[in-house]
Ligand binder design. Structure first.
Ligand code: AMP
Length: 432
């Protein structure tokens, strides 16, 4: 099936062709015609499925058809994303796919100066891609008007809820036209009760679209576990990168501190490495990602949330230096490889402390991951399991994870205000 049959305009087909896409992905096949009809959509699609083009292409087409605005350019489409990186990537997609259309777009997120964003908004944008916190900063400064929004997209909605953005989302919804007067699209990898409640509030008789659910890990990603003692993980990682000649590898750690330490150690081993996490400035994060994409840095060491939304084409290797505390994060991590039909390999280095985490992951995947003990790195059977460091707080996923983004739950309209949440140190369970 080709893109021509989906009802997209010539300008959009041209942009798609220039990207080298020959046929739509399953989520695009399903979502594009429905969104073009103006219907609301509840889509179960994780990152890597081509979901961004799945909503961006029909959104651009609908905006381009209804362009009467007397020379003014109110924001007519709003895309909310959980992280700055994802916002930047969606913003790039909007520009790429919309390059032959006379539509203006902007991206706003925190961690960078607000004035250039204000200036851009003042000149008028049709499509605004935003993270919730910074968007509300603009609202409170009256530098954005959301009353004319025709299309709302919530991207990676489950992540937004995980990160504690529900209150911010509610505030944004209150500023938009009623759900009967706008088109709303919600994309989420998983469907918890919270997501269903949000969908009820947000969507108007939505069409459901489901492709590759979160729990069915992409078959094309080859997964393997190497059992190894904790103290020898770094040595084994350096050995694997060197002997297998991996040129571009994304490595996950549980904590920011762990990410920094590992990047420094790998550097000492002669492997250029850089860490990316929420304590780094936005500039440092963007630079690290750009260096990694260009191949100037061989190893990118990331925490879960910092890595969310990273879109690196044809990333061949993902390593779990430490397993995540939450099994679903494993699926998100390995989803960084094997994107859009490419082959990928996900390697997990698992010490005795992590056996329970591994069992939880296998239960979620409904399959065992092959275990391969590497010669010279056999685990010492006399080592006893110790509790896994979970950061400062206890278990469960109840605490929002917004701290990773460098901002806590804060008082609406006061960007300086530190939240109770932050001050009390809660929500730092993941320490990532
Ligand atoms: P996403 O799930 O939106 O993050 O997209 C994952 C990757 O797939 C991105 O690198 C896109 O550029 C790429 N992509 C999107 N649509 C297609 C397509 N129809 N054919 C090939 N690659 C695509």
């Amino acid at each position: 099936m080709s893109f021509d049959t989906l009802g997209l305009s010539a300008e959009l087909l041209r942009a798609v062709g220039e990207q080298g896409y020959t046929e739509p992905t399953p989520v695009q096949r399903k979502s594009i015609p429905i969104i073009l009809e103006g219907k609301d959509v509840l889509a179960g699609a994780q990152t890597g499925t081509g979901k961004t083009a799945g909503f961006t292409l029909p959104m651009l087409q609908r905006l381009n058809i209804n362009t009467a605005n007397n020379g003014r350019r109110p924001v007519r489409a709003l895309v909310l994303t959980p992280t700055r990186e994802l916002a930047a990537q969606v913003g790039d997609s909007v520009k790429t796919y919309g390059r032959h259309l006379p539509l203006q777009s902007a991206v706003v997120f925190g961690g960078v100066k607000i004035n250039p964003q204000i200036e851009k908004l003042r000149r008028g944008v049709d499509i605004l891609v935003a993270t919730p916190g910074r968007l509300l900063d603009h609202v409170s400064q009256k530098t954005v008007d959301l009353s004319q929004v025709e299309i709302l997209v919530l991207d990676e909605a489950d992540r937004m809820l995980d990160m504690g953005f529900i209150h911010d989302i509610r505030k944004v919804l209150a500023l938009l036209p009623d759900k009967n007067s706008r088109q709303s699209l919600l994309f989420s990898a998983t469907f918890s009760n919270e997501i269903k409640q949000l969908a009820n509030r947000l969507l108007n008789c939505p069409e459901m679209i489901e492709v590759a659910r979160c729990k069915t890990t992409a078959e094309r990603i080859e997964q393997v576990v190497h059992p190894v003692d904790k103290r020898r993980k770094r040595e084994l990682l350096s050995h694997m990168i060197g002997t297998r000649n991996w040129r571009q590898v994304l490595v996950f750690t549980r904590t920011k501190h762990g990410a920094n330490r590992l990047a420094q150690q790998l550097d000492k081993d002669g492997l250029s490495a850089v860490a990316i996490h929420g304590n780094k400035s936005q500039g440092a994060r963007t630079r690290a990602l750009a260096d990694f994409k260009r191949g100037e840095v061989r190893v990118l060491v990331a925490t879960d949330i910092a890595a969310r939304g990273l879109d690196i084409d044809q990333l061949p290797h993902v390593v779990n230096f430490e397993l995540p505390n939450v099994p679903e994060d494993y699926v998100h991590r390995i989803g960084r490889t094997g994107r859009a039909g490419n082959e990928g390999e996900a390697v997990s280095l698992v010490c005795v402390d992590e056996h329970k985490l591994l069992r939880d992951i296998e239960r979620l995947l409904k399959r065992e991951i092959p275990k391969v003990v590497l010669e010279g790195y056999e685990p010492d059977p006399s080592i006893r399991a110790e509790p896994v460091q979970e950061g400062r707080n206890g278990k469960g996923r109840s605490q929002p994870r917004k701290q990773e983004e460098g901002r806590g739950r804060r008082k609406y309209g006061n960007s300086q205000a530190k939240s109770q949440h932050q001050r009390s140190g809660r929500g730092q369970r993941r320490a990532a």
